[in-house]
Design a protein. Sequence first.
Length: 278
Amino acid sequence: MSAPNPLPLLLLVVLALAWIVWLWTQPRRLALRRRRLQAAPFPEDWERILRRRVPLTRSMPAELLAQLKGHMQVFVAEKAFIGCEGQAITDEVRVTVAAQACLLLLNRPTGYYPRLRQVLVYPRAFWVLHTHPDEHGLVHGGREARVGESWDEGQVILAWDETRDSARIPDDAFNVVLHEFAHQLDAENGLTNGAPELGSAQRHARWAEVMRQAFVELQAQVARGEETVLDPYGASEPAEFFAVATEAFFERGQDLRQTQPAVYAELAGFYHVDPAAW
């Protein structure tokens, strides 16, 4: 009887060790790749698109703008852009979306929206199927037109015309990209409830109290038909309140700081920037 051949077992051990080494070094290799992307020269064509399509960036401090450009290069390299219904994916689309999405990542550690795999872009508003229960528990469904959606399954969906047009006006507190990517941040802790990951129980408690009061106040203002800095859509639920407040924070920072100083302070603490001073 011949002795068993040890080579297959040895090969399995070598492959297992190689897999363990690959897993152990993967975060380091990813960080190195991202640093290289951040340090690469910013393309001249991108520079022209950024200034033309995202005027909000023109008033940013130079050091923040440089940081933003580095983040954009990582974002475009790592996220797939997919055109739907004939929408072409050009540098104009990529740069316009990436610039606004990366505004939310400045001055803090970031995983570049780790759950996000792809950005789907439609030419205009798209139809989605939504279901909701009524007061009797019966589930109703229907198609609704949307200009943006954020999905937990790794997708953000955008209408290009609204993406382009909402970026063009940097001070109206309406920005579909900021809104949907705020939802992505909100979902990083596993729940989309208007409270992103804040790092400590104390900060979560303070955030919850400030945002709850502001949410109730917005609901009352909307019910009275008053004009508000925050989009009335934010009164629908806490998750939408956070997304709407993010839009106002970056696009009407001075107005938000004046009318809702506590909300502004919480957002400034989370985003680590002060747009009211830009």
